[in-house]
Design a protein. Structure first.
Length: 417
């Protein structure tokens, strides 16, 4: 298989990882052709009347990558650089992630090219409703179930549920990541971060790696990153740096995470946190620390900066934060990389629990959600570590092998090929 190019689009990058797994598994040409491309792609105009009276037309996407294992499942991203290629890449990752975690879903993703920070709550509400109406014919609690992602949250999901309900009647199971009051699950907000911390803990136990006293730097202080920063100290780790879109803060002696959370809640940024040195996002990636957690956006560790990474462990909280060429550099340096399709699967795992609760109209207590999440993350991590050892491959290659294998099996059983 050819080496990855230093610069690849997100979809080219994710497909490169898929092709490598397909080669390693000796996947047939028929299966490879079917699994490589999205099943369905929708691009829509989303006209929104802004508060100042003008009309702005946004572009939205929904990509359904593969549904062999169950209804399509994947988040909705509001970001200025959301585009078809990125949404295709993220939908493909969801296909492999749901298979690695063994939840009964396929993979999808959606996005609207917009800057949510520049829109008012009323404008975001109108945008979400119009986007939902325009993709509603693809959605359904047994067809395609959106969730939050970068730039969207439980409130966005409440608006989506309401817009879908206006067309189809009250349907809580149409989205996950909803507010608790509207059928959301306890533990969903913390789930991707909690799952990431469980994956790290499980990997460390299986590898004989002592996490006590290890330092950790987290890029991104949103839903995923802030929960990793909150929970990592329970493993004995010290959080030495965090960042958001405006930059980061660093204290080699350790940041007080509860105070930092209060600061970020009131200032809407981590910048200005008392006693810490300000750093850029690029500096954060190259800080001396044991564990680096990219938990913001994709393609931040590239062939240009991979050599500068000093951490010996990378925990991928974000989706596709590492390009294939950087992956190879990190592998050569001996960095252990716990991959996105395993690490951040806790989000979709608890989304599955939320959907199951909605379908059964029965609520689980938080203790049950967290216990079942732990069981799934431990089992998934164990299977990835075992495969890596048995096949003599990296943890990313092992995770992709497991995901691709399970989807291929479902396709064969359905009689597609
Ligand atoms: P979020 O919007 O809650 O937070 C994103 C954080 O990243 C914010 O602190 C933001 O300021 C920061 N950020 C944005 N652009 C940045 C940039 N250019 N440089 C540095 N920081 C930047 O988003 P989230 O839900 O925490 O998602 C983060 C990542 O995790 C994404 O890759 C997402 O796809 C992935 N993910 C999210 C979930 C989920 O359930 N929310 C689940 C699995 C994976």
């Amino acid at each position: 298989m050819p080496s990855p190019r230093p610069t690849m689009t997100p979809y080219e990058g994710v497909t490169w990882y898929f092709d490598r797994a397909a080669d390693q598994l000796h996947l047939s040409d028929d299966l490879r052709e079917l699994m490589r491309h999205p099943w369905r792609e929708l691009k829509v105009e989303v006209p929104v009347r802004l508060d100042n009276g003008s009309l702005k037309v946004f572009i939205g996407y929904r990509v359904q990558h593969n549904g062999a294992r169950g209804p399509y499942k994947g988040g909705i991203r509001y970001h200025p650089s959301a585009n078809q290629d990125e949404v295709m890449a993220l939908a493909s990752l969801m296909t492999w992630k749901t298979a690695v975690a063994d939840v009964p879903y396929g993979g999808a993703k959606g996005g609207v090219q917009c800057d949510p920070n520049e829109l008012t709550q009323d404008e975001l509400n109108r945008l979400t409703r119009r986007y939902t109406q325009n993709i509603a014919h693809l959605l359904g609690p047994q067809r395609d179930i959106p969730a939050p992602d970068l730039g969207t949250d439980s409130r966005t999901m409440a608006w989506m549920m309401d817009a879908y309900g206006q067309l189809n009647g009250h349907t809580p199971a149409i989205v996950t990541g909803k507010p608790i009051e509207l059928g959301g699950s306890y533990g969903r907000e913390a789930a991707p971060g909690r799952g990431a911390v469980i994956a790290l803990e499980t990997w460390a136990k299986l590898s004989g790696y002592d996490l006590k006293g290890k330092t950790i730097a987290v890029q991104g202080f949103g839903q995923v990153g802030s929960w990793i920063a909150r929970l990592a100290p329970e493993l004995g780790c010290t959080v030495v740096a965090v960042s958001d879109i405006r930059g980061g803060v660093h204290d080699p002696k350790g940041l007080n995470v509860p105070s930092l959370l209060r600061h970020a809640a009131s200032q809407r940024t981590v910048i200005g946190f008392a006693g810490a040195r300000e750093i850029t996002n690029q500096e954060l990636l190259a800080l001396p620390c044991d564990i680096l957690v990219p938990a913001a956006i994709d393609q931040v560790i590239t062939s240009r900066n991979a050599d500068a990474v000093k951490a010996s462990i990378i925990l991928e909280g974000a989706n596709h934060p590492t390009t294939p060429s950087a992956d190879i550099v990190l592998g050569r340096k001996g960095v252990t990389l716990l991959p996105d399709i395993l690490v951040n699967a806790g989000g979709v795992v608890v989304s599955y629990f939320e959907w199951a609760q909605n379908v059964q109209e029965f609520r689980w207590p938080e203790e049950r959600v967290n216990r079942e999440l732990r069981a799934v993350m431990e089992r998934s991590t164990q299977s990835v570590v075992n495969r890596a050892q048995e096949a003599g491959v990296s943890l990313r290659e092992a995770a992709f092998q497991i995901g691709v294998e399970r989807v291929a099996r479902a396709i064969e059983l359905r009689g597609f090929v």
